[in-house]
Design a protein around this ligand. Structure first.
Ligand SMILES: CC1=C(CCC(=O)O)c2cc3nc(cc4[nH]c(cc5[nH]c(cc1n2)c(C)c5CCC(=O)O)c(CCC(=O)O)c4C)C(CCC(=O)O)=C3C
Length: 470
């Protein structure tokens, strides 16, 4: 019987285990999922308290990517699937001490409707002119499209200029992807826009002539939170496959397969497997691969951003007002340590008890790094202070939740796709090895789920075409 090790029980590893559990009816398989912590799910965790549904990590997924929804449906959660409340969709940028809305109809930094730019307070007259000119510069921009990868910042600068990077480019990317626009790879994180530039030159033009935009809400989630995916998959996977509090110390390959050595368990100690699905955080995965393939490990060395997430549940929303919308982003250098804040009761209204209000505050970058060492009460106090400075005085929350996620979001720097292609080539030379998680081919839940299921099927020889590629 085939023996498969899964290293890491976050959403990627757990989804792989779930898929293997489904396949075991067809062909028997033995699986061991090694999870170093005391629980499954990784950063996917939902706290349910006092009628509040508080996400400690991702609060949903981008509707456009179908793979998380498919998983939810397969798990019997179709009745729980909910769209974000897009009648209230608006995102603000902290500008000075005010929240200024991003104009309606923008896709990242690209507007579809120029009238909305003209009437926006966010941009100077010069920046507004720059948006108009981008349409006229289509031919010039098309000719200037580089053959090589570049940073998001140089890409956006070419189209819209510096101010647009500062005002929305940077806050969107650091809020949305935890990273610095000057370093992030435009091909890895904004691929559709690169294609638009190549075809049309002007990104605004490309958006305008695309078929009518989808009527779907931008985000989708589950009524009881994304943690329901974890709960359901955990319930489906045979309990004897799962080893919590069990960190892997090393993996090694020989002509008979893979050996996995665990740290704390002399009873199991060293075990043999036919395949290893390495779904640990990228730093851990890199260390584990170091002795097997030094170059592969080198390709896996990347920056990652840390996040501190603070959720506050308030029983009475009428005690303080917030502007309509999903939340706000904070540009660097604005004087606030916050990265972003989500107005959960307006984005996903069913996540609060009647009349309640739920805010999620995020810290990133150096602020998060410093706060990692603070206690929960101290972090909550800092978060409350920062929010009050922006939103006005806040009442005492009924529920507070604090989570620290060190180096949880890898940053896809310029050249990422080339490095991943090389890494993929090396991994192919190591039969039975699969790399899963957010360091390689996408960071959101849907991408991780798609990859994990494809790898599980390929390991079992169910569909050979699912071998990991981009
Ligand atoms: C703090 C934070 C992180 C973690 C950072 C860290 O850990 O360092 C994060 C990660 C992510 N956010 C992602 C995607 C998006 N986030 C958005 C919008 C927003 N993010 C916010 C915050 C964060 N987001 C906020 C306050 C908003 C606006 C208001 C709201 O909605 O709450 C929007 C809409 C933009 C628009 O309106 O156009 C998108 C498409 C994806 C990729 C998913 C995929 O690729 O599958 C990832 C990993």
């Amino acid at each position: 019987m085939k023996r498969i090790a899964i290293v890491g029980g976050g959403i990627a590893g757990l989804t792989a285990a779930y898929e293997l559990a489904r396949l075991r009816e067809r062909s028997p398989v033995q699986v061991v999922l090694f999870e170093s912590s005391a629980r499954l799910g990784g950063i996917v965790e939902t706290v349910r308290e006092g009628g509040f549904v508080i996400e400690c990590g991702p609060d949903g997924w981008v509707t456009e990517k179908p793979w998380a929804r498919e998983l939810a449906e397969g798990l019997g959660l179709e009745g729980e699937i909910v769209p974000s409340n897009d009648s209230q969709r608006k995102t603000y940028v902290l500008t000075g001490d005010r929240l200024v809305p991003i104009p309606d109809g923008m896709r990242m930094m690209v507007p579809k409707i120029l009238q909305n730019i003209d009437s926006s307070e966010l941009f100077s007259d010069q920046a507004k002119l720059g948006f108009h000119r981008e349409l006229e510069r289509a031919e010039e921009l098309k000719a200037a499209a580089p053959d090589e990868d570049e940073s998001v910042a140089t890409f956006v600068r070419r189209h819209f200029g510096e101010e647009v990077i500062e005002k929305i480019g940077s806050p969107l990317l650091s809020g949305v992807l935890g990273g610095d626009a000057e370093k992030l790879s435009v091909r890895a994180v904004m691929a559709p826009f690169v294609a638009m530039e190549r075809e049309h030159g002007s990104l605004i033009r490309a958006l305008q002539i695309r078929e009518k935009s989808s009527q779907n809400a931008i985000f989708t989630s589950l009524i009881s939170g994304t943690g329901a995916l974890v709960d359901r998959m955990e319930a489906y996977v045979p309990p004897d496959w799962i080893r919590l509090n069990s960190s892997v110390r090393s993996i090694a390959r020989d002509d008979k397969g893979w050996r996995v050595e665990t740290a704390h368990n002399p009873e199991w100690g060293l075990e043999r497997f036919d395949a290893v699905l390495l779904a640990a955080p990228i730093d851990v995965a890199r260390t584990l691969l170091q002795l097997t393939d030094e170059r592969a490990a080198e390709l896996m060395a990347m920056d990652a951003s840390s996040a501190v997430v603070v959720g506050f549940g308030f029983p009475d929303a009428s005690k303080f007002s917030i502007p309509p919308g999903f939340g706000f982003l904070v540009p660097r250098g604005s004087g606030s340590h916050l990265l972003a804040c989500t107005f959960v009761d307006q984005k996903f209204p069913h996540r609060v008890p009647p009349g309640g209000r739920l805010l999620r505050a995020f810290f990133g970058g150096e602020a998060a790094e410093r706060m990692m060492r603070c206690g929960n009460d101290e972090i909550a106090a800092i978060a409350r202070g920062e929010l009050a400075r922006i939103l006005g005085p806040l009442p005492e929350p009924q529920v507070s939740v604090v989570r620290r996620w060190p180096r949880s979001l890898p940053l896809y720097a310029v050249g990422h796709l080339e490095r991943m292609a090389e890494l993929d080539g090396r991994v192919r030379q190591l039969p039975g090895l699969w790399l899963l998680g957010n360091g390689y081919r996408g960071v959101g839940l849907p991408d991780l789920i798609r990859d994990a299921r494809a790898a599980a099927r390929a390991v079992m020889g169910v569909s050979a075409s699912a071998r990991q590629t981009n």
